[in-house]
Write a protein that binds this ligand. Structure first.
Ligand code: PBG
Length: 332
């Protein structure tokens, strides 16, 4: 005679905070968080970004202070974005490879301020610097010209390496961009500079607040170069291409709407896989929390943990310094 089927009791391991901590499969750690930062040309004060409460366009002084905080918090690194004055923009994005362009100036300051405490990273894309706001240069018919854009990326890479960037974030979604930039750096003897491929980057409505953050001049959208939200397999293909071209790290972006793609890429990648929790994802959490509709801290921690659980080794997030502070206090 057999008795009743015994109840299987997974709840045993959830009984107390100590149990839950002991059996947690995924954790957050400050070293796995990267803080994106905006630096505005000519700013004397940090300038709030209304659609991203708590995030600012930095002046050079406030950049220094925020870098010191980031280092103190034990973050893995910072990703810098330049916000040039409108008058500094042109069709080819000349400010991008000008040593006096705002991003290159900010990079030198960041290296000086951060020393070896943070990995200083830069967005390698033309959109902040072009008067039309696209990630590349345009051909006679107004279309984004892939191969002409690669020539600009090569120059931009050399300028960023020269300014001291340690990891170039290739976010333009031009075909062949990783190979082109690797070739330019190696030819210049800069084999030391690493490349982060924004490999599976989707054309997303959730970049909305970023447009305000960088004072974007874009009319229209980026659907002819960024990926279509409908496509999962294509995300793996893009990552494989970047790996074959020599990317040191690959990334999926946005993060929470693309956790399936993130898990797929994590399963095939032999280099670190990162995810970018982007401006619109941040804005949604902030808006809901400001209305009292969600518990802000728990929602943020759960979001970042979910991104890690899906397969991200590190996360770019505007919450990086704040969350590192919570982790330092033993919360989450
Ligand atoms: C391109 C770039 C973008 C973001 C990071 N790099 C904008 C875009 O591709 O349209 C978005 C980041 C965010 O929304 O937080 N320079």
């Amino acid at each position: 005679m057999t008795g009743p089927i015994p109840v299987v009791r997974p709840r045993r391991l959830r009984a107390t905070p100590a149990w839950r901590r002991l059996v947690a499969e995924t954790r957050l750690h400050p070293a796995e968080l990267v803080l994106p930062m905006f630096v505005r040309e000519g700013a004397r004060e940090p300038n709030p970004i209304s659609s991203m409460p708590g995030v600012v366009q930095h002046s050079l002084d406030s950049l220094r202070a925020a870098l010191a905080e980031a280092a103190e918090a034990g973050l893995g690194g910072v990703m810098l974005f330049g916000v040039p004055e409108d008058a500094a923009k042109d069709a080819r994005g000349s400010g991008a490879d000008d040593p006096d362009g705002i991003l290159n100036v900010a990079t030198r300051i960041a290296r000086e301020e951060a020393g070896d405490a943070l990995v200083v990273q830069t967005d390698l894309c033309l959109d902040e610097f072009t008067d039309h706001g696209h990630c590349g240069v345009l051909d006679a018919d107004g279309r984004v010209d892939n191969d002409a854009s690669l020539e600009r990326y090569r120059d931009m890479a050399l300028a960023q390496a020269e300014a001291g960037s340690q990891l170039l974030g290739l976010s333009g979604m031009m075909d062949g961009q990783v190979a082109a930039v690797r070739d330019a750096l190696d030819a210049a003897g800069r084999t030391d500079v690493a490349l982060l491929g924004y490999s599976a980057k989707y054309a997303s409505a959730f970049y909305g607040p970023f447009r305000e953050a960088v004072g974007s001049s874009l009319q229209g959208d980026r659907r002819t170069y960024q990926q279509d939200a409908a496509n999962r397999r294509e995300g793996i293909r893009e990552a494989q291409l970047d790996l074959a071209e020599g990317a040191d790290i690959v990334m999926v972006k946005p993060a929470t709407m693309y956790l399936d793609v993130l898990a797929d890429v994590a399963a095939i990648s032999d280099v670190p896989v990162w995810a970018y929790h982007i401006s619109g994802e941040y804005a949604m959490l902030e808006a809901a929390a400001a209305n009292g509709w969600i518990d802000r801290e728990r929602a943020i921690a759960e979001t970042l943990l979910s991104i890690r659980r899906a397969g991200a080794d590190a996360v770019l997030t505007y919450y990086a310094t704040e969350v590192a502070g919570w982790l330092g206090q033993g919360r989450f």
